[in-house]
Ligand binder design. Sequence first.
Ligand code: SF4
Length: 193
Amino acid sequence: MTWDELEVAVRGCVKCPLHLTRTNVVFGEGPRESSVLFVGEGPGAEEDVSGRPFVGRSGRLLSQLMEEASVPRESVFISNVVRCRPPENRAPKPGEVSACLGWLQELVWLLRPEIVVTVGNVPSRLFLDTKEGITSLRGRFHRAVFAGVEVLVRPIFHPSYLLRNRSREAGKPLDLTLEDLRSLSSRTFRDIP
Ligand code: SF4
């Protein structure tokens, strides 16, 4: 499948009930040659209306932190576990995640990123095939194979959690997230044991 074929297929997808309530499919955006992929949970209200990922309050905070960490948003590809908005901003259900998984696998296969930043619990657990929570998973790179592609996974807190924890004190979630994001610009696959 080519990028264009993938995009056309995803935009017309009716594989799960989320297609019934969506305004737009959020395919994802960014350079198709980027070595870094950010994967969020799913579109929120503003993403659903605009058709773009990470543009709501949470997304804007994440973009701001990425700038601070010298990881410009324009330099990475951004996508989600599910491409249509779950109603009331609830977490996607397991059946919806399963239905959308093939699109994420195709994306990873085409992009072949070196690093995948998983934003919050849902994508972190999916990529690392674990039930562990983000607090214990964040703070380091994990080797993983996803869709047959060897990647380094860097889990980070979800920005909606950071919106509720705005302290910039050392060791607080926001400071830890900046630390995680800064690690992206200084690490390559070969550096990780
Ligand atoms: S969430 Fe994914 S699987 Fe469900 S309709 Fe949207 S694109 Fe298809």
